[in-house]
Design a protein around this ligand. Structure first.
Ligand code: SF4
Length: 346
């Protein structure tokens, strides 16, 4: 019976989620496929893929399949005397019962999630707020009911979609159990936003971000040092600091720009139209940006692209997911950047 259920209702997972969401231990629930915008000039994530919504029924079926796997695994583990824990023997026994699981991309993910306590879930793909509010609320309610061990549910969202939702709608979504939003702000400079085809203005970014905060979400905004190249670096830094300060999110996360092959910005770089900053120049841009921040967020450099060395060859900035609490740590971060500038100037 279990094998039949799993054969009949395989569940779907997407590729991407933020690394800060529980290491490899988040339950990935695909509520839409790919990106509904898919035009950002730096982004290669979903370039060849077509966006589609998934029906609430389909998503609920995925959740039922995952719940069936979890229940069966727990039962096998108990029978083996392993106390319901995810053990190698229990997993192998489960795969004997339902051989199709060995071809399921999501099976290992579910085992990791369950084995780590089943605490966090991430709704995929690129912008779950594109869903109609009542549908998203229905999915979240079902998710929370099916997996009561979840302590945090998060997703990606576009600023534009947040700006378009009513304040009451965002509150409903928050109350249905979505805790944290990850938003790719990239830059707060309108000229650069237009150039990279982000499809949003700085005013909409501020409206969307403020609405999310007012609805009670934990808000994580991402920005891209170096995105403006040599021509636009200063306006990029100044206006990004302005927009971030206005929004005053919970986290801002630095994702330094690198031109990904196959993207318009890569081609611009190849043609010499976009001239990249050197590591020293990115630090100088970072200094202007950080100096302009007037808020109470945590500033994070939780990505390998933020790896600068100090003079003794050590790591300049912490790559920790919780970053530096502002305004308390602002002077400390500026001091570290000065040390980096010193190291890269010599
Ligand atoms: S909205 Fe996000 S996923 Fe979509 S194209 Fe832009 S950066 Fe890529």
């Amino acid at each position: 019976m279990f094998a039949e259920t799993i054969e009949k209702y395989p569940f779907e997972t997407g590729v991407y989620r933020p690394p800060s969401e529980g290491g490899s231990n988040s339950l990935l629930i695909r509520v839409t496929r790919n990106c509904p915008w898919n035009k950002c000039g730096f982004c290669s994530m979903y370039k060849e893929e077509k966006f589609s919504l998934r029906s609430v029924e389909e998503i609920k079926q995925d959740l039922d399949s995952i719940a069936a796997i979890c229940e069966r695994l727990t039962s096998i583990s108990n029978k083996l005397g392993h106390g319901g824990r995810v053990t190698r023997e229990a997993v192998l026994k489960l795969m004997e019962e339902a051989p199709s699981l060995s071809n399921s991309h999501g099976f290992v993910m579910v085992m990791n999630w369950l084995g780590s306590g089943g605490r966090t879930a991430f709704l995929q793909d690129a912008n779950s707020l594109i869903m109609k509010t009542d549908k998203l609320v229905e999915v979240l309610t079902y998710l929370r009911k099916t997996f009561p061990s979840l302590e945090r549910v998060t997703t990606y969202a576009r600023s534009k979609s947040l700006a378009r939702k009513g304040q009451g709608e965002l509150k409903d979504i928050r109350e249905a159990g979505l805790d944290r939003l990850h938003v790719g702000l990239e830059t707060g400079d309108d000229a650069l936003l237009a150039k990279i085809k982000k499809g949003v203005t700085s005013e909409e970014q501020i409206i969307g971000g403020k609405k999310a905060m007012a609805a009670g979400f934990q808000l994580s905004e991402y920005w891209m040092p170096g995105l403006g190249g040599k021509k636009m670096w200063k306006q990029h830094a100044i206006n990004t600091a302005r927009v971030m300060s206005e929004i005053d999110p919970d986290y801002i996360r630095s994702r330094p720009f690198y031109p990904a092959p196959g993207t318009p910005l890569f081609d611009e770089t190849e043609r010499g139209e976009l001239v990249l900053l050197t590591p020293l120049e990115v630090l100088e841009e970072l200094k202007v940006m950080i100096a302009g921040l007037d808020f109470t967020a945590k500033v994070c450099f939780d990505h390998a692209g933020n790896y600068w060395q100090n003079k003794s060859g050590g790591k300049l900035l912490s790559l920790d997911y919780e970053g530096y609490q502002f305004p308390e740590k602002k002077e400390r971060v500026l001091g570290l950047i000065d040390l980096g500038i010193d190291a890269y100037s010599s």
